[in-house]
Structure formats: C-alpha cells, structure tokens
Design a binder for this molecule. Structure first.
Ligand code: ADP
Length: 500
C-alpha cells in the first residue's frame, strides 16, 4: 500500500501516522493473529466456565451470580483502561514514534553523516531527539499510572470476591453440613471458575484492542485514493495507445495538500505534440510543481490538464505514468546493481545490452567499467561492502541513462545538468537533442543558454506565467527573460563584452 498509494499521501502526516498505527495489526499476538488466538482462548474459557459453573450451581447458584458480577466489573475496568491506552497513548504517540524513528534512522544514514559531522549537529539533534523522548516518557508515565490504578482496582475486587466466597463456603461447612473434602473441592472449582471467567473477560478486552488495531489497518488499506475507477466507467481508457502527445493546461491552479497558498495560479499553456518547451524562472516559481501536475503526481486544485483533448484524469494512472521519462533534480539511487538502477526492472525483464548502451550514451560507462563487476556493480553499501556511491554529476548521468533506456514518449527534464561539469553538460545536451527528436519534451533549466534549442519558452514568477514565446521573441520583448539572460551572460564575458 505504501508503495502504491497516491504520491501526495507520502507527505501527509495523518497518513504517515496511520501507517505507524496500522503496523500493530501486523505484529504477532496483535491484530488478526491476536484476534484468532484470543478467540480460541475464549472458547476454552467458556468450556471451563460452563463445567465449573454447573458444579458450583449444584450447591449454590448465588455463588455464580457473585462471581459473574464481580468478573464483569473487572472486565469493565480493564476494558476502559485498554481503550484509554489505545486512544491516549498508542494513537496519540504515533507521530512521536514516527519522529523518533526519523532521528534514529538519520543518525545511521550515510546520506546525513557528512553534514552532521561537519556542522557538528550531534548535540542539537540529540537534544531535539531527547525532547521527543521526554514527551514519550511523560506519556508512558501517565499510561503506567493508569495501569497501576487499574491493577489496584482489579486486585481489590478479586480480594473482595475471594473473601466473600470463603465466607459463604465456611458458613456452609459450619451450618449446612458441608464436608471438608467438598469444601476443598469447591474452593478448587470456584478458583477455576473465577480464573476462567477473568481470563475470558481479559481475552475479550484484548480482542477489542485487536479489533481497534484491525480498524486502523482497514482505514489505512481503504484510504481514499484519487484514482478514477475504470471499472465503474469513470475512466475512459486503460490503454493510451497514442502516437502524438499534446498537453493543454486549462486554468490550472494548485496548492499543496494542507497548504493555503497557491503555488500555481491560472495556468493556461499548450505543449504541442513533438515540441520542446523550456520552463524558466527563479527558485520557488513553481516550475517543478508544473511537471508534477503534468505527470499526475498531484491533481490540480482547480482547472484541468488535457492530453490530446481528453482530461488526463480519465486515463488509468499507472499506464499514464508510463508515457513519461523523467530526469529529476534530486536523483535517488537504489541499493541494486547498476543495470537495475537503469532498467528499474527485475532481471528477467531487463535487456542488459540496452542498459550498457544507455550507460555509454550518458557518459557514465567509463566510470562503471573501471569496477571489477562492471554493470553488475552494486550501488550503495547497504547490501555489499564493495558497493559504490555516485557523485551528484554521476547520479545525473545515471538518471539520463534511465531515461534513455526507458525510451518513452514524453521527456521531463528538471535541471538535468545542474551538477555536471561544462564538458559533460555539453555532451548531455547533444544526447538530449538526439533523445527528444520527434518527442514532446519539457525542460526546466536555470541556464538560459540551454533553453535556446526549445521551440517555446515560458517564464514563471510566483506561480504564474509572465512571459511566453521563442528565445528571440522574449529577448526582443525586453522583459524579465531578457534581463535574466543578460545577468547570466555577463559571467561569460570579459570587460570588453566578449564571451570568454
Ligand atoms: P521551482 O521548481 O520553480 O524552484 P517548486 O515548484 O519546486 O519551484 O516550488 C514552488 C513552491 O511550492 C515553493 O514555494 C515550494 O516551497 C513549494 N513546495 C514545493 N513542494 C512542496 C510540497 N511538497 N509541499 C508544500 N509546498 C511545496
């Protein structure tokens, strides 16, 4: 579920807390396993209660009544404490558990190890972590106090119950002629009855807890996804089967879930089939968000996006995803061999020759071929002590190799060369030119020199398109694009205005 849920859910704290809570349903003795065990325990408790109860009822049915009433009170005390723990401790602490896990994994994560050491972050991270634990310990204390009170009340009731029974049985020995052997027998029977009864109620209380755990699990599994239901006719097509891809943003506005501010406002934009669109603008202008909406990682808050005139919502999302080859800004590598980091598929679905080809075209082959295992080299050291990590630029080349291997119809390149040196960048542009021939491509870049090969450029500012046209048109328009272009160009010129 975590692998397939809507992308937006993975940053929703409510959803993440629910994952934390629903994990309990998976543990041994909890959730479904607990439910089954408690259920079978209850059955054996019932058998004991019936047999011992019948024997006791022969001498005095009143004893049964006393035992049932007192056990019921014990049950109510236990049940309300358990429910309190579930709601006020476990559920209330789920975000605390998550934060705790964040710090424990950050402390162990190689990705953060450098910054933590260089910026000497240990002390304040530990302090923040301790603060989280302080909240946890305070909650634990409160929970323990609740349980101590619960145990005290239950012990008092059990004591009262035993006293009462001894009084009744001793009275029967003294006044009703009960023999000592019967007395001993009934003491044993009453003890068995009372234990089975308490056990039964205890199991019922735990079953209730397991039911609540299962409820969390079900809520998690049934979490409402944005997917249109093709079977119910809300989606038009499982198969996109198009040759050309033209996208149209119609009055699209967007705010991130849980946020008030619009990140994109009234975007009207056509990306013609087979054209190359450059998206430029300062940081935070909304460029990446535009591509996330295009790829349906998020749905527009208002407006719609059309693919060849059809609302993209109407396509099966998993199939829709397959038309895009993205190269993101931040490239994550997986602890898999190099070839698998390119194909992103299991071995039997991978063409290793093609992964090698993609690696060569991206310029990463030289580096990878130096390793003994070449394309079978493991990335990261999670599984293999000889695993390899890649630099920022090498990761971008790997992402490029991924996109080349996928050979999909629409390319989305988000700052794909930001971490590359000048020569590698030049080579990458040449590859891009080859790659995007005849395809629709969206290209986000800070470096305006790289946008010249695009058919159209849109400039974003504060979530809006402020300029749109070809490079020449925008330069002639003498607006912000031209200004940005000139600011960048001056770094490449000497005092006389010549390009260095
Ligand atoms: P750009 O690509 O132009 O640098 P982005 O599209 O990444 O800009 O971000 C636009 C705005 O949206 C920024 O203000 C950023 O802080 C905000 N933003 C980006 N991602 C999220 C998110 N997941 N949740 C909330 N706000 C976000």
């Amino acid at each position: 579920k975590s692998f397939t849920t809507d992308f937006k859910n993975m940053e929703n704290p409510d959803f993440l807390d629910l994952i934390e809570r629903s994990k309990h349903a998976m543990y041994n003795y909890q959730g479904i396993s607990g439910y089954c065990r408690r259920g079978s325990n209850i059955l054996s408790n019932i058998v004991l209660v019936v047999i011992a109860g019948a024997a006791i009822a022969v001498i005095n049915p009143l004893i049964i009544l006393v035992l049932v009433v007192i056990s019921y009170f014990i049950y109510k005390i236990l049940d309300s404490t358990m429910e309190w723990t579930k709601v006020n401790f476990r559920d209330a602490m789920s975000s605390n558990f998550r934060k705790n896990y964040y710090f424990s994994s950050t402390a162990r994560d190689f990705k953060y190890a450098k910054d933590i050491r260089l910026f000497k972050m240990q002390d304040f991270i530990e302090q923040t972590w301790k603060d989280i634990n302080t909240v946890y310990y305070a909650a634990c204390k409160k929970n323990h106090r609740k349980w101590v009170m619960c145990e005290a009340k239950m012990s008092f009731l059990r004591l009262f119950q035993n006293l009462l029974l001894y009084v009744v049985l001793i009275y029967m020995v003294l006044n009703k002629g009960m023999s000592i052997s019967d007395f001993v027998l009934y003491i044993g029977l009453v003890a068995s009855f009372s234990t089975a009864m308490t056990d039964m109620f205890c199991n019922m209380v735990w079953m209730n807890m397991n039911r609540m755990e299962l409820d969390d699990f079900r809520t998690f599994m049934d979490w409402n996804e944005d997917k249109p239901d093709i079977e119910k006719g809300q989606g038009v097509s499982k198969n996109i089967g198009l040759k050309q891809f033209e996208f149209k943003f119609e009055n699209v506005s967007f705010k991130y879930p849980g946020h008030e501010k619009y990140v994109l406002k009234n975007i009207n934009l056509t990306i013609e089939a087979g054209s190359k669109l450059a998206v430029v603008g300062i940081n935070g202008a909304g460029k990446t968000t535009l591509t996330k909406l295009l790829m349906r990682l998020y749905e527009p808050t208002e407006g719609r996006i059309l693919l060849n005139g059809v609302d993209v919502k109407k396509y099966d999302r998993d199939i829709y995803f397959k038309i895009f080859a993205p190269v993101f800004q931040n490239i994550e590598i997986f602890a898999f061999p190099v070839w698998q980091n390119i194909s992103m598929k299991p071995e039997n679905e991978t063409d290793k020759n093609r992964t090698m080809e993609a690696l060569e075209r991206s310029g990463l082959d030289e580096k990878i071929n130096k390793y003994e295992n070449k394309i079978d080299t493991m990335l990261l050291r999670i599984f293999d002590p000889n695993g390899v990590d890649l630099s920022g630029g090498e990761r971008q080349r790997l992402a490029m190799a991924r996109a080349l291997y996928q050979n999909r119809e629409v390319l989305v390149l988000d700052e794909p060369t930001a971490a590359l040196d000048a020569l590698a960048e030049d080579r990458m542009y040449q590859e891009f030119n080859q790659m995007v021939k005849g395809k629709t491509a969206i290209f986000i870049s800070h470096r305006l020199s790289s946008t010249r090969f695009c058919d159209k450029i849109v400039m974003f500012e504060d979530g809006r398109i402020i300029e749109e046209g070809t490079h020449e048109q925008l330069i002639n328009a003498n607006g912000k694009y031209r200004n940005m272009f000139q600011v960048q160009a001056q770094y490449y010129k000497d005092k006389e205005g010549e390009v260095c």
